[in-house]
Design a binder for this molecule. Structure first.
Ligand SMILES: Nc1nc2c(ncn2[C@@H]2O[C@H](COP(=O)(O)OP(=O)(O)OP(=O)(O)O)[C@@H](O)[C@H]2O)c(=O)[nH]1
Length: 203
């Protein structure tokens, strides 16, 4: 990546085989590899440059290994992340339970990290609706409860993949602008800004 500065660290978490590497592959290389499934070992890093208005944002994306053997290692990778894309497979409800585990961890350990729930493999539902094993409305309610964003994607067709990463970049820009403004103007958040904060962060 020729020494380019990374603006925001993004981590992908989720049970093994849910499609984290495929999501990154689609986002960065615009392709889907249907071949034999290869587990990620440890973690893989890739940078992705996105435009938000006039600005460019470089996301440093860490694709972690989903196997529980690597759980302790995944914890190292989410440290300091500004965003976590927590993936589950729409055709596998146990993977959603695992996603909840990661959401709990993030809420307890990484306050500044925004959470994006990502239901993967939506193309399989296009083929056969009965394959859905995680209800859309249940996840929506859960996302509201934990203040997460929520996407259903397919790395095979590309559905919603760009939208997901774009939203991560836009939220980062919006949050940074807000932070700069409060730092420059010396806004005292403790005293007067609960409504101000609300207005800026909810859209
Ligand atoms: N149909 C379909 N299959 C997918 C999709 N995304 C991933 N897969 C398949 O699911 C399997 C696992 O995908 P990976 O991207 O390697 O999963 P992972 O979450 O990175 O797995 P670990 O590295 O073990 O944590 C592969 O066989 C993929 O081809 C998708 O959007 N649609």
């Amino acid at each position: 990546m020729s020494g380019r500065r990374v603006d925001a660290k993004v981590v992908l978490l989720g049970q093994e085989g849910v499609g984290k590497s495929s999501l990154v592959e689609r986002c960065v290389h615009r392709r889907f590899r249907a071949g034999p499934y290869q587990n990620t070992i440890g973690a893989a890093f890739v940078a992705k440059v996105l435009s938000v208005g006039e600005q460019t944002v470089t996301l440093g994306i860490w694709d972690t290994a989903g196997s529980e053997r690597y759980e302790a290692m995944s914890r190292i990778y989410y440290r300091g992340a500004r965003a976590a894309i927590v993936c589950y497979d729409l055709t596998n409800s146990s993977s959603f339970q695992r996603a909840k585990f990661w959401v709990n961890e993030l809420q307890n350990c990484e306050e500044g990290c925004r959470i994006y729930l990502c239901g993967t493999k939506s193309d399989l539902l296009e083929e056969d609706r009965r394959k859905r094993d995680v209800d859309f409305h249940d996840v929506q309610d859960y996302a509201d409860e934990v203040k997460a964003e929520f996407f259903e994607t397919s790395s095979k067709t590309g559905q919603n993949v760009d939208e997901l990463f774009q939203k991560v970049a836009e939220d980062y820009v919006q949050f940074s602008a807000f932070q700069e403004m409060t730092e420059e103007k010396g806004v005292d958040l403790g005293q007067k800004s609960s409504s101000y904060l609300y207005g800026c962060c909810h859209h």
